[in-house]
Ligand binder design. Structure first.
Ligand SMILES: NC(=O)c1ccc[n+]([C@@H]2O[C@H](COP(=O)([O-])OP(=O)(O)OC[C@H]3O[C@@H](n4cnc5c(N)ncnc54)[C@H](O)[C@@H]3O)[C@@H](O)[C@H]2O)c1
Length: 261
């Protein structure tokens, strides 16, 4: 695997799964556009660390993906700064849990905008650039919730199922262009995104976080282990490699057996 000379934009990559993906791609030699909602100073410090660790070019590009204009402009910004784009990883995402009858409309709208509309807008901007370069990779970070449902996650499950559908359509539209488009579908992964759900379960064990984690895993994830973010990063790096050039339109579970049940 070697991505030297390639440029990758990873949305939501200043922490969590996105940062692990940026690290895995940088380790393979790709130049990185690091993106997230943190301050410009934090983003630039993070970019400098990544650049130093792997001796690749790393630029921080801020954009609020709940804003359609900012999402649409992001690929152009990256192309201008890094001289092109070969790999787009749509990773940024948010979560909110509530029963469907009391699900707040503004949370529904925010989840659709960040988890589904932004990947569509970024893809729309990226595809002409990938075609121009004659090679490309798009990896959408969906979720097990792109494949199956869970209670209290109406907006998230709808958006992630949508992202799996978008992946298939764009894979078909680019199938003869040396571009692959795939989704990965992680199960419970150790990041801030799932902390409120851990704390909710911990509360019924007198605040014992480990017991909360055990509960969460026992309900859904057969390997009974929170996935380390680095594992997700390595799967994305594989999908970006030449070895994976025959895989397109797939939605790959990385879920400790969750969707085998
Ligand atoms: N953690 C899990 O168990 C898990 C499981 C399956 C899928 N996922 C998915 O993985 C992806 C990454 O999640 P994570 O767990 O690393 O979460 P996280 O909260 O650690 O990171 C989310 C990232 O998205 C960015 N982001 C959020 N709102 C944004 C906005 N309006 N504009 C721009 N950026 C924004 C944040 O800045 C952050 O960098 C998400 O799409 C999530 O749905 C996570």
């Amino acid at each position: 695997m070697n991505l030297k000379g390639k440029t990758a934009l990873v949305t939501g990559s200043t922490q969590g799964i996105g940062l692990a993906i940026a690290q895995a791609l940088a380790r393979q030699g790709a130049d990185i556009a690091l993106h997230g909602l943190c301050t410009v100073q934090e983003g630039e410090e993070q970019a400098a660390r990544l650049s130093q660790d792997w001796q690749v070019r790393v630029h921080f590009v801020p954009a609020d993906l709940s804003n359609a204009a900012e999402a649409s402009a992001l690929v152009g910004q990256v192309t201008a700064q890094l001289g092109g784009l070969d790999i787009l990883v749509n990773n940024a995402g948010i979560q909110h849990t509530a029963p469907v009858e009391s699900f707040p409309l503004e949370k529904w709208d925010a989840i659709q905008a960040i988890n589904l509309r932004a990947p569509f807008l970024l893809t729309q901007a990226a595809v002409p650039e990938l075609r121009r370069r004659g090679w490309g990779r798009i990896v959408n970070v969906a979720s097990v919730h792109g494949l199956v449902g869970s209670v209290h996650k109406a907006a998230y499950v709808a958006a992630k199922h949508g992202l799996v559908g978008l992946t298939k359509v764009v894979a078909l539209e680019t199938a003869t262009d040396r571009i692959t488009v795939n989704a990965i579908c992680p199960g419970w992964t150790e990041t801030p995104l799932i902390e409120p759900q851990i704390q909710e379960r911990a509360a019924s064990h007198g605040g014992d976080r480990d017991a909360g984690v055990r509960d969460l895993l026992a309900a859904k994830q057969p390997n009974l282990t929170l996935l380390p973010t680095a594992l997700i990063g390595e799967v994305v790096a594989f999908l970006c490699s030449e070895a994976a050039s025959g895989i397109t339109g797939a939605s790959l579970p990385v879920d400790g057996g969750w969707t085998a049940q």
